[in-house]
Design a protein around this ligand. Structure first.
Ligand code: SF4
Ligand code: SF4
Length: 134
């Protein structure tokens, strides 16, 4: 996977291992520029490697985007010792959470919310739509 990011490593295993909200409750969105290119072939390849296309609905409407798949335990890339990816190779939304010891006031830089990821996928909705997982 190609990841282009300027987000500095902000890991805090001590806080995240006690919390787990990010990897157990949901998984982090990819941005389209993390894929080599956005084509049906590449999306097919990603769906065979543990990613899904999700539909997100809010008052702006519904948008499709990609993120790691979940099973009953959480993200399929989560291991007993944490994420199986290095920080640099995680989906961008996973990188953006800046952990805080209190596990409540974790922050995200501006421009890196789930809504921002969905907005970045907007030009590719027709390519994503056949792959949507309910
Ligand atoms: S970034 Fe914050 S909310 Fe996410 S798992 Fe770590 S401590 Fe919990
Ligand atoms: S890819 Fe890694 S950091 Fe992101 S949700 Fe999955 S286990 Fe957590």
């Amino acid at each position: 996977m190609i990841h282009i990011t300027t987000i500095q490593n902000n890991e805090n295993p001590s806080a995240c291992s006690r919390c787990g909200k990010c990897c157990i409750g949901d998984t982090g969105a990819l941005w389209p520029d993390e894929l080599p290119e956005v084509t049906a072939e590449v999306i097919t390849d990603y769906t065979t490697r543990g990613y899904v296309v999700r539909a997100y609905t809010n008052y702006h409407g519904t948008g499709y985007y990609m993120q790691p798949k979940m099973d009953e335990k959480g993200c399929i890339f989560l291991t007993p010792t944490g994420c199986s990816f290095t920080f640099e190779n995680r989906p961008r939304l996973c990188q953006t959470f800046i952990p805080h010891e209190d596990m409540v006031s974790c922050r995200q830089p501006l421009g890196y919310s789930l809504e921002d990821a969905i907005a970045a996928w907007k030009p590719y909705q027709d390519i994503l739509s056949p792959f949507v997982t309910k």
